[in-house]
Design a protein around this ligand. Structure first.
Ligand code: APR
Ligand code: ZN
Length: 228
């Protein structure tokens, strides 16, 4: 019988959410197929073309209202409940891991549920962002609490995820093209087993095992093998 991990680190990307109806970025049907990220997801666009920025993120937020976690999220939550998961680190901003009951998710790129003033960082309500209001404290522009291209990742979250991955006996990476730094540097911190579940296996990063499958199916397979 294959022993199940004791210190399992999980790292997910947009491919973990496509089975819930959230488009990813770089596959044929991805968001960046018809949006240039440099024309939508940067601080410069936020500051100089706020209408474009607001329309793009307002639309992404709207899509989130109707989505549900899938069985892959549920499997990870189950593993966490059994106490074998040290971290669920995600690049996703949709909070589907939390919606499926996972806790202390390390949101490396922030999330689309929290909003703040771009200038004074005052926390604001999502409805004020949707209504395109200005900051009541300084008149600044409102934005989601996500990491835009070129912005610093939340350092504490990053450190925590890196530490758990360094100390992991197994790292499972699911649904990410691993093309975006610095998250794509995390897998190589894992000293032992590194498993990659992805629809396309085309990464130079050395994994001990790759499972070319949909996220839900790949997680199902591991859950069966590990009897958890
Ligand atoms: N199951 C498994 N793999 C999938 C599935 C699925 N159901 N759907 C898509 N994939 C794979 C795609 O083949 C692709 O390799 O998931 C990967 C998703 O890669 P990207 O679209 O590049 O998403 P991600 O790696 O999360 O992007 C990282 O880039 O745009 C920024 O900030 C954004 O967090 C994002 C970051
Ligand atoms: Zn402000």
């Amino acid at each position: 019988m294959v022993e199940h991990p004791k210190r399992l680190a999980i790292l997910t990307g947009a491919g973990m959410s496509t089975e819930s109806g959230v488009p990813d970025f770089r596959s044929q049907t991805g968001l960046w197929a018809n949006h240039d990220p440099m024309q939508t997801a940067t601080v410069q666009v936020l500051e100089d073309q706020y209408d474009t920025f607001h329309a793009f993120y307002g639309n992404r937020l709207e899509r989130l209202q109707a989505i549900e976690p899938h069985n892959g999220h549920a499997i990870i939550t189950e593993w966490q409940k059994k106490g074998i998961v040290s971290v669920i680190a995600t690049q996703n901003v949709d909070q589907l891991h939390q919606e499926s009951g996972s806790e202390n998710v390390a949101e490396l790129h922030g999330n689309l549920r929290e909003y703040k003033c771009h200038d004074c960082r005052e926390e604001v309500k999502q409805k004020d962002f949707i209504a395109k209001k200005h900051c009541h404290r300084c008149g600044g522009k409102l934005r989601p609490n996500i990491v835009l291209f070129g912005e610093q990742l939340p350092m504490q979250t990053w450190e925590y995820a890196a530490k758990c991955i360094r100390e992991s006996d197994v790292l499972v990476v699911i649904g990410t093209s691993l093309q975006v730094a610095p998250v794509n540097q995390l897998p190589e911190l894992a000293p032992n087993e590194r498993i990659y579940i992805n629809e396309e296996i085309d990464t130079p990063i050395p994994f001990t095992r790759t499972i070319q499958a949909k996220a839900g199916e790949g997680l199902q397979r591991l859950s069966k093998e590990w009897h958890i």
